[in-house]
Each structure stands twice: as C-alpha cells, then as structure tokens.
Ligand binder design. Structure first.
Ligand code: ADP
Ligand code: MG
Length: 737
C-alpha cells in the first residue's frame, strides 16, 4: 500500500510518472493528489461549445454528429463534427483512417486540444480523446466514469485531463488510510470531512456538496498552516529582547510637536500612540504602517525616530532610491528646523543631527557621515542600501524605519538590524494599500497600523482616461492642459514606461513580493503583462519631441534610472525649487516624491502599469492645496480589460477599493489558470480576497493553538505538517520580505 510520501513511479509506472514530473513537477503521491480539478463536467451534460475561445486548452464532453473522410493530394483527412446540441466543433485527423472505426456518429466522449479557428469554424486538430464506453463494451469502462461528475484537470498535451483522472484513481485506490493532521474537534466544529475523504471528494465527487465541503476543508488547511507559521514567527519575535525607548516629557518629541506647522490628524495621533506604546516594551516592535499616498506617514515615522533619540539612541531610515533618500533628508531637516542643527548628542533635548548616506557620496562626505553615525552624533540617519554596507557602524541603533517595504527583502532588513547590539524596533511603511487579509497573510509577522485619513484641506485628485485608439487628438489637448497648469504657476509630470528606445527594459520592474502578492490575490500581474510586446513610449524619445513641439518654451527635464545619482538629485532639486516646469520621467518618481506645487501628471501607455502602481504615481500630484489632475493615456482598445482597469483607477481614489476591483476584473478561469498552472507553492486553493472569512478563522484558530502549545507539540501531526511547509517554497516566498 502507498502513503502520501510514496514515489509516484511506485504506483503508476515509470513512464507516466516521468510525464507527470516534467509536466507538473510532481514526485510524490501527495503532489498528485494536490493537483486539484479545475472544474467538473456532468456526465451526459455536454460542454457548451459556444463558450470556447480560440487558443483555449479545452476539454469538452460532446457527441459525434458527423464523420467525413476526404482525400486531398493523396492525404486522407478525417473530419469529425461534434455537437453540444446547438454549436459545433470540428476535429481533423490526417492520415489516420483507422480512427473511423471508433469515432462513430452518436458516441459521446471527452475531447481535448487547443481550440483553433479555421475558415471561421472552431476546431481541434489531432485532439486527444476518450470515448465514453457505450453499453456494448462495458468491460472497457473506466472507474472515473462510474460517477456522475468527471473532474477536469489543468492538463498538458502529453497528459490530458482524463489520464490525470486515471492516475488519481490508481493513487486513491492504492492509498492506505491517510493520517489526519487536524484535531478532530476542529473537524467536528466546522463539519469538515477528514483528509482522506476530502481528497476523494475533490477528485471523485458523487455530489456537488462533496466538492464544496472538500474544497472548504482543503482551503482552510492552507490558510491554517500559513497562519500557524506566521503565529510561530510572531512568538519568536516576541521572545527577543530590545531596549525600551520611552518618550521624554520635555524632549525632542514635544519640541517637534510644538514646531509642526499643522495639527496631526486623529489617525496620525492614534498611530503615534501605538508606536510609542510598542517601543516602551523591552521587546522589538514590528509594525507595518500602511497609508494612502499623502496620508502623512513621514511625520509619524519622524516622531518615532525622535522618541528614540530622546532616549539616547539612533534611528535609521532606509529608502529605496537615492532620490527618495535625499528628499527625506531635506524634508526631515525642514520639519525639524532648528532641532536638526545641533552637532552633538550631548544636549539631546536641544536637538540632534541628521546624516545622509547614499552610494554616490564622495569619499570625504562619506567619511564625515560615517563618523557622525558611529559616534552617535547623528541621531537620525537617512540612506539607501548604502546603509547596509559593511563599514557602517552605529553607536546605538534603536529604531529602523523602512520606507516602501516591498522594495526590500528580509535579508536586507536583517542586515540593518544586525548593526544594533540588541534587535532594534522596526517600523515598515508602505503606501500600497492592501486589504486586511492580504496583510495578515503577507505581512503576517507584523502588527498593522492603517492611516486612512488624508490631512484636511486636500482637494481630491481628478483622473481621466485618454483612449488614443479612439481619440488621438485628445493627446494634443493633454499637452495644452500642461501649458495651462504651467501658466498658472504649477508644475507637471509626464511618465513613460521606457527610458530610451525599444531595446531597453521598461523601468517598471515588479518586485518579487508584488508578484507573490498578486498571485495570492488571484491577480495576473505578471511581468510580461506589464512589460509586454509592442511599442512603448520612451522618456528620451518623448522629451525632445515635446520640448521642440507641444511644450516648446517650457523648462523640460528628464529623470530616469540611467542618470547618475548626482544628475538625478540636481534635477529633483531643480524641480522641487520650481526651476523645471515639466519633468518627463520613468517610475523612479513613483515612490514618495513630494513636490506640492506639481498639479498635473500625464501617464503614457498607462496600461503598461499595474493598478496599484498607477495609484501610487498619481499620488505625486495634488499634494498641496491645489487641485490635481491625472491623465491616463492608453492605446488599448476601448473594450479591452486593460482599458477597464484604467477606468477603475480613474473611478476611485480608494486604494483598498482598487485592489478589490483589480481582483473582480479577473475571470475565474484566469485566476484558476494561473494558480494551477504550475507547482508554485502549496497555496493552491487559497485566495486571500475570496477566502477572507476562512483566513480570519484560521488566524483565530492558530492563535488559540499557539497559545495552548507554542511549539504545537500537543498536535504532533499538525506540527509535522507545519514543519514540512516551512521547509518548502512557501517560506522562501514569505521571506522575500
Ligand atoms: P506619505 O504618507 O505619502 O509619505 P507624507 O508624509 O509625505 O505622505 O505627507 C504628505 C504631505 O502632507 C507632506 O507635505 C506633509 O508635510 C503633509 N502633512 C503630513 N501630515 C499633515 C497634517 N496632519 N496636516 C497637514 N499636512 C500634513
Ligand atoms: Mg512617503
């Protein structure tokens, strides 16, 4: 008898096992059984052929209506017409006359292949097929067909759906009773089938209720294992010791608050309190601060940094780009005013010093910065990845703030933490709003604060889509609008996906985490979707065109990743100072750039960017008290899904809403297609948005379990399952930071 860990080759033969291995990366019986059906066809209920699209890898259940044998130039062509009762599907076989014998009018079968269009007819060329045994040859009957529901699996040409079903049949039949790893009380409470039954139900259901209950149980398993890993990680973090940092009554924090030119919003105040309370603990804080673009996260972070300086320590702020690091440096110095200009830490209550460390500093400035960092003179240190490098030593690093989390990996986060004697407190900021369950899943080891409110007085930004496929002249109007803004004394951005010509890579690289997140959300945000084929506007091409044409006479400058850090900084500074009217840039301006006088943004080939990226980009305008305008230019067809994504972005300013819309726009088939196409991870069924309720439940259950038995030793089987998962891909994926 086999177990879940048995090699597939032991039960289904080497050849088939090999195909399963190359097609799907399967090695064990468990791998096979975790290959879940995409859907089910009901025996006797034919597939609706009219829904098939060209290019689909389809498996259809249909009846043979007509069979024709023709000879053309000595080649025999067997043409079979299938019907579902209303629509037809053509099958063609070349030089395979013998198939006439079995492909007889009136028989039904499963036919699989890639749907092609030939003379306007949908057809499958040389499809794989399995005929349903008709009364006479019952002995050929296959067990899969005993039931009413036939599972349709994600399949390949070499391994069609029914062959997979046959393998399932063999595997399920040769399997011993599988040990159950969920406590029976949990199964009873939720009315879940046992693991063995769940696997049978999902592959060979007798009723749709069985499918539902199996799916729910197996999805819950995924959610639970994930939450258990995260809960354990939180426990581990809690057991670490850190220096408690207490806000001093008459220290920098209070002076800073009295200097601020505005009132903190209620949300900011609340989160400041949360952070203060966290850092007073002798354990490191691990907090994620998420908030819409422009919600004022920087002030909150700065207050936390000052609290640490007040207690005699140092705080480091890690930014993803030099532009952003430099900008933070300037903003923070401005916000601190006189408080930033004390070269010594001795009188911490009177002020501190802020140091900037980036890769492009010259040797002398670098030496000076390093000195201030290691002596502790710089209470606040701002930098890029350069902060992580070896020569950087802190006197007493008490807090690490990471801006735009998704650009950093855990290794980098850790590299900085290693520079402290005890683990420092950690505050991670992100402007990519993510729904709670996504946050719980991806940032599950962090506590979460959300800043929902924007500072009052902001006029909401207006967004419009310019569909140049239909209305090319609208683009001209966009450039005129820029002129009007500049005439009013404002500034504008033009964003394009590429730097130079067609040969370069678009700059809108999506991070691993974004991809992982997208996958979890059932999203299709794939690199090739964003940077797909076709001509894309390039900054270095567009800039001279505009400067010599539509924007003639305006001060136009470019900004992108190929410029030196110094050039970038000079340009950014000039834009900030109002010396540049229009900045033509790639997504280097995406994160955090803050020029309140910028009132308009035109995004070229907007369909090349992800929904949340567009949302981030437009957050660069309308930051002051002037109304902001964002134009999304796209050549996509008006009825394309790309266009409806853009309309969605134009339709709402709520980033949380946008991430949901993003999901809603996907067809279920796409979602499943992606999730089941490979062996990506063990999260095959779980979809964070759809399965919100299950994830919440799993979160509660895991918390209760860990509380009762932190190492899960009360449930050895479950502990084993968690350990397995931990050791696999999923944990690497979570660790992508
Ligand atoms: P983000 O959350 O995108 O990082 P910032 O911290 O850059 O936002 O803040 C955006 C702008 O709003 C900055 O110019 C900042 O000074 C300003 N700001 C922050 N908090 C407030 C507030 N409570 N009232 C008014 N303006 C504020
Ligand atoms: Mg910011």
């Amino acid at each position: 008898m086999a177990t879940l860990d048995s090699r597939l080759s032991a039960i289904i033969g080497d050849r088939t096992a090999k195909v399963l291995a190359t097609s799907f990366g399967m090695a064990s019986v468990s791998d096979l059984l975790r290959h879940y059906p995409r859907r089910y066809v009901v025996r006797g209920e034919l597939t609706d052929i009219s829904t098939l699209l060209e290019g689909d890898e389809a498996t259809v259940l249909a009846e043979i209506q007509k069979v024709d044998l023709r000879r053309i130039n000595g080649r025999a062509i067997l043409e079979v017409v299938l019907t579902d009762g209303s629509s037809k599907l053509w099958l063609t076989f070349f030089n395979q006359v013998w198939r006439q014998k079995e492909l007889r009018v009136g028989r039904t079968g499963l036919f699989a292949g890639k749907v092609g269009l030939f003379n306007g007819k949908k057809q499958l060329s040389h499809p794989d097929y399995l005929l349903i045994p008709d009364g006479n040859n019952v002995d050929e009957a296959i067990a899969d067909f005993a039931g009413k529901y036939l599972a349709v699996y994600p399949a390949t040409a070499k391994m069609p759906s029914w062959k997979i079903a046959q393998c399932m049949d063999v595997a399920l039949a040769s399997l011993d009773e599988i040990p159950e790893y969920l406590p029976s009380s949990l199964l009873e409470e939720n009315n879940y089938p046992e693991l063995m039954s769940a696997l049978k139900y999902i592959h060979q259901p007798e009723t749709l209720e069985q499918v539902d209950s199996a799916r729910e149980r197996l999805t819950f398993d995924e959610a639970l294992l994930l939450q258990l890993i995260l809960a354990q990680r939180r426990e581990e973090l809690k057991s670490l010791t850190a220096v408690a940092r207490t806000v001093r009554e008459d220290g920098l924090v209070s002076q800073f608050e009295s200097l601020l030119p505005f009132e903190l919003t209620a949300g900011q105040r609340e989160i400041c309190q949360e952070i203060e309370a966290d850092m007073q603990q002798p354990h490191p804080m691990h907090r994620l601060l998420q908030g819409e673009v422009g919600s004022g996260k920087t002030v909150v972070a700065l207050r936390a940094m000052l609290a640490v300086v007040d207690s005699g320590g140092q705080a480091a702020l890690l930014a993803p780009t030099e532009v952003l690091a430099t900008q933070h440096f300037n903003t923070i110095q401005k916000l601190l005013g006189p408080l930033a200009h004390h070269g010594t830490l001795l009188g911490a209550s009177e002020g501190t010093s802020v140091a900037l460390l980036t890769g492009s500093l010259n040797a002398a400035s670098r030496r000076e910065a390093l000195g201030k960092i290691s002596s502790g003179a710089a209470g606040i240190v701002i930098g890029t990845h350069a902060l992580l490098s070896q020569g950087v030593e802190f006197d007493d690093l008490g807090l690490v703030v990471i801006d735009e989390q998704h650009r950093f990996g855990v290794e980098q986060r850790d590299a900085l933490r290693m520079k402290a004697k005890l683990p420092p407190h950690l505050l991670v900021m992100t402007a990519t709003p993510i729904p709670r369950t996504v946050a719980m899943t991806i940032f599950g080891d962090l506590d979460i604060s959300t800043l929902r409110q924007l500072p009052s007085g902001r006029i909401p930004i207006e967004t419009h889509v310019i569909a140049v496929a239909d209305k090319p002249h609208f683009l001209k109007r966009a450039w005129e609008r820029i002129r009007e803004e500049v005439d009013k004394g404002h500034q504008a951005y033009v964003v394009a996906p590429r730097i130079v010509g067609d040969e370069d890579e678009p700059e809108s690289k999506i991070s691993e985490r974004d991809l992982a997140m997208a996958a979890l959300m059932g999203d299709l945000l794939e690199e090739d979707q964003i940077s797909g084929e076709g001509k894309m506007t390039a900054v270095e091409v567009l800039a001279p065109e505009l400067a010599g044409g539509a924007l003639k006479g305006l001060a136009v400058a470019v900004l992108h990743g190929r410029l030196s850090a110094q050039e970038k900084e000079i340009t950014m500074q000039a834009f900030s100072d109002g010396k540049i009217d229009v900045l033509i840039a790639t997504t280097v301006i995406e994160v955090g750039v803050d020029v309140p006088n910028a009132s308009m943004m035109v995004i070229m080939d907007a369909d090349r960017f992800g929904v949340s990226q567009l949302h981030q980009l437009r957050g660069r305008v309308g930051r002051g008290s002037i109304p902001g305008l964002c134009l999304l230019v796209s050549g996509a067809a008006s009825d394309s899904s790309a266009m409806s994504r853009l309309q969605a972005v134009a339709g709402t300013l709520d980033g949380f809403e946008l991430s949901r819309i993003d999901l809603d726009q996907r067809r279920e088939g796409d979602v499943l297609g992606r999730a089941q196409s490979g062996t990506r991870s063990h999260l095959r069924l779980l979809r964070v948005l759809r399965d919100e309720a299950l994830i919440e439940k799993a979160r509660e259950v895991s918390a209760a379990f860990i509380k009762e038995s932190p190492d899960l030793s009360s449930w050895p089987m479950l502990a084993h399952e968690v350990a397995l998962l931990k050791s696999e891909e999923i944990s690497t994926f979570l660790d992508k930071g």
